[in-house]
Design a protein around this ligand. Sequence first.
Ligand SMILES: Cc1cc2nc3c(=O)[nH]c(=O)nc-3n(C[C@H](O)[C@H](O)[C@H](O)COP(=O)(O)OP(=O)(O)OC[C@H]3O[C@@H](n4cnc5c(N)ncnc54)[C@H](O)[C@@H]3O)c2cc1C
Length: 461
Amino acid sequence: MTYDVIVIGSGPGGYVAAIRASQLGLKTAIVERSELGGICLNWGCIPTKALLKSAQVFEYLQHAADYGVKASGVEVDFDAMVKRSRGVADAMSKGVQFLLKKYKVEVIVGTAKVMPGKKVEVSNEGKKDVHDAKHIIIATGARSRELPALKQDGKKIIGYREAMVLPKQPKSMVVVGSGAIGSEFAYFYNSIGTKVTLVEFLPLIVPVEDEEVSKQLERSFKKQGITVMTSAEVTAVDTSGSGCKVKIKSAKGEETIEADIVLSAVGIAANLEGIGLEDVGIITDKGKVLVNDYYQTNMPGYYAIGDIVRGPALAHVASHEGITCVEKIAGMHVEPMDYNNIPGCTYCQPEIASVGMTEKQVKEKGIEYKVGKFPFTASGKAKAGGNAEGFVKVIFDAKYGEWLGAHMIGANVTEMIAEVVAARKLETTGHEIIKTVHPHPTMSEATMEAVAAAYGEVIHI
Ligand SMILES: Cc1cc2nc3c(=O)[nH]c(=O)nc-3n(C[C@H](O)[C@H](O)[C@H](O)COP(=O)(O)OP(=O)(O)OC[C@H]3O[C@@H](n4cnc5c(N)ncnc54)[C@H](O)[C@@H]3O)c2cc1C
């Protein structure tokens, strides 16, 4: 039988593409070698958020007295935290299984390889099957990137997977890399009592964010007790003793610190090996599959989406790429994705959410701009919740009023950024946002106030 579409990999790119293809009447199969739902549901977005919630509950209970609540005997049960996180991940994976069944997507278990002639070979437990398809979508995702000085052994020098399921809570940890993954784990382990050192090669942590956000997070992390080392590099790790001796080079010189565990969070590497790309003649560049605006590779009938193509390695990017790809295959009129309007979120406390250009990028482009900032110290909802740390910063083009960027740090901001994304998608001006009635008291009022600040109309500061 020839399928209309075979998708390889069931992460958010793959399973969403498969379901949308099936909704559009295409006979679809999905091949998965491991858990349904991919990294996102099993080893990424979801289990980390479950762990972060546990840390947050612990922090709340520790500060219960601030809210007039007496709580004693509050302790971390690390095993139970890990167990809960795994349970949430398993339930989400089963949810994907249910959805694939509901939308009549055939699930093929095994490791897939593309072959010339629009064929997919699937190996499972020593058996090999070959399937034919009119369209093959490769969505094999990524894994933790390894640095030569930080070879992961899975025990003392670990990647994100091991960090989610450690057999016991480490007393001390060095986290290398302060992107979203590194910052989330640094926050999680520090808040449950592990002594954390966060090492960042660049001068600012969360380096893709607006500088003011990075500086605020550094202040917050230091206040929480995390040791933050910027413009610093781990040059070697000696694991021969009971723990790790971590050599760190910075402007101050070289120092060695001791830790139970080193977590390498220095990015990802796309899963391109052994999937038949060379046999088919699919072109890759700098570790990514090259595709056009509709995710077609250079070989007709073969497509690639998600973490294996260029663009931000995020679940919502992968799933939207999947939808765009199959809608085009189905002959619909689809606009290419707008990569300038992708929100990015980091779920440590305070949370970070942003979209569009940073102030530095706007300056570098020589654009005349207006900037508005509203601190959560002036927000009634933030004060009432005991979360007055952080701010919302917005940037508008001074001439045409285009909303160029928004940068938020504070409690719940990951839930607030979608307003900006929608407003930018609809090409809304700042004045329309100022005139949009926001509910009171909410954290989202801070967005309206920040926009008002950009236009000199702010009321509450
Ligand atoms: C710790 C961590 C936290 C994260 N948090 C967030 C977050 O909060 N928000 C966010 O947007 N993103 C987050 N991400 C990123 C997000 O998980 C990825 O961007 C997303 O999962 C990419 O989706 P994908 O479809 O490209 O592939 P993946 O989710 O990586 O899935 C690929 C799938 O393909 C399968 N596969 C690979 N090769 C084969 C083969 N040959 N045959 C069959 N199957 C194969 C794999 O087993 C896997 O299931 C996080 C990532 C990590 C690691």
